[in-house]
Design a binder for this molecule. Structure first.
Ligand code: NAP
Ligand code: MG
Length: 404
């Protein structure tokens, strides 16, 4: 059999611990037998980040800008324990944070749905994708305690030195607290474009929500920016595809989401996205079944699993024990990236291959063969718990049948 040939390389970002083990298995068992894989490889494993003073992370993000598509393995974000464990020169920053800052992107999270794992909201038959604005608001806040008798004002000094002042509160008869927030038009604009692009890309409706009725300047600015960009740059394209953009108050959005069947993108402000993405992920079943893609406003894509490096399983693996680690989200990171590369380079066989891998993966679980995390949740009658490698071998067998 001739292997599928690629034109442009994928940017491959390797990672840490159990997901690094899974990474190699996916390539060996699922991809390499069928695809003459062309990647530009960056080792984002913590040891190499430390050895390169984290330059490798920056290089991998720049390569992603150059080629347009990357696939990333989960990586350790070091804390004090990790600094000791890996004898690090520094507590290196989160690679995802570094990459996101360079690509100026938005993260879209989508659950993978399989029969046997019923969402807590049974009407959610299609995935809900959450897009979280990852800049500003309460995540870059300034807070203070105010003692009784203090007066808090909001002061903005313009570039000519003129002051604009508003009273926040006069704490005449009690102690209290205050908080200063900001966001930037250019960040909101990037966020909006990422969301509109991704809606076009996945042919799904886009919802955006905020609290503009209460926050008449701040949240209203988000609403206006989305509307302006939509009217000027995307309206016609949305009409051509038959998809919709609509804005609604966050309260109304929450009520509609619960009543919905899924199948759309919900764009959220930073805090709403933080909270709602955890709710949506839990309601669909398992973090191990959640995919994630970083999309830049210029249309660059980085695919990954939403979960971490599954440290506890890795320590078992190091002791020579078999683990039952779920590889589905990492498989879908690869298929997402291969599909996008196939689309951009016009290689239909590559897109077809990626679709078959996804189908084979879902079939495996729906046939009752799954890792422990899924076996705990699945309502299928004849389910069988397998280990990490056995699961991938089974996916490989189903894939072979689909390809023949
Ligand atoms: P985690 O790796 O997501 O794992 C937390 C727990 O969730 C696991 O111990 C496991 O539960 C379960 N789990 C997650 N993914 C699973 C999978 N694929 N299959 C089976 N079970 C799975 O989070 P963490 O342990 O908090 O973080 C570990 C490291 O990952 C940290 O160093 C963190 O910095 C990093 N991290 C990286 C990313 C990223 O690169 N995008 C994201 C998050 C965290 P049981 O142990 O009960 O089986
Ligand atoms: Mg959260």
């Amino acid at each position: 059999m001739n292997k599928i040939q690629m034109k442009t390389p994928l940017v491959e970002m390797d990672g840490d611990e159990m997901t690094r083990i899974i990474w190699k298995m996916i390539k060996d068992i699922i991809i390499n037998p069928y695809v003459d894989l062309k990647t530009e490889y960056y080792d984002l494993g913590l040891e190499n980040r430390n050895a390169t003073d984290d330059q490798v992370t920056v290089d991998s993000a720049n390569a992603t800008k150059k080629y347009g598509v990357a696939v990333k393995c989960a990586t350790i974000t070091p804390n004090a324990d990790r600094v000791k464990e890996y004898n690090l020169k520094e507590m290196w920053k989160s690679p995802n944070g570094t990459i996101r800052a360079i690509l100026d992107g938005t993260v879209f999270r989508t659950p993978i749905i399989v029969k046997g794992i019923t969402p807590y909201i049974p009407t959610w038959t299609k995935p809900i994708t959450i897009a979280r604005h990852a800049y500003g608001d309460v995540y870059k806040n300034i807070e203070m305690k105010v003692a009784k008798g203090g007066k808090a004002e909001l002061v903005c000094t313009d570039d000519k030195g003129n002051e604009n002042r508003s009273l926040i509160f006069d704490f005449k008869d009690t102690d209290g607290i205050i908080q200063g927030l900001h966001n930037k038009d250019n960040s909101i604009q990037s966020f909006a474009r990422c969301c509109f692009n991704y809606a076009l890309d996945t042919k799904q409706d886009l919802w955006f929500s905020s609290k503009d009725t209460i926050s008449k300047t701040y949240d209203h600015r988000f609403k206006d920016i989305f509307q302006e960009i939509f009217e000027n740059e995307y309206k016609t394209k949305f009409e051509q595809l038959g998809i919709e953009y609509f804005y609604t108050l966050i309260d109304d959005a929450v009520a509609r989401v619960i009543r919905s069947n899924g199948g759309y993108i919900w764009a959220c402000k930073n805090y709403d996205g933080d909270v709602m993405s955890d709710m949506v992920a839990t309601a669909y079943g398992s973090l191990a079944m959640m995919t994630s893609v970083l999309v830049s406003p210029s249309g660059v894509y980085e695919y990954e699993a939403a979960h971490g490096t599954v440290q506890r399983h890795y320590y078992k693996h190091l002791k020579g024990e078999k683990t039952s680690t779920n590889s589905v989200a990492t498989i879908f990171a690869w298929t997402g990236a291969l599909k996008k590369r196939g689309e951009l380079d016009n290689i239909k066989e590559l897109c077809d291959f990626a679709n078959k891998v996804e189908k084979a993966t879902i079939q495996t679980i729906e046939n009752g063969i799954m890792t422990g995390d899924m076996a705990n949740l699945s309502t299928l009658p004849n389910k069988k718990k397998v280990n990490t490698e056995e699961f991938l071998i089974e996916v490989g067998k189903n894939l072979e049948k689909l390809i023949k």
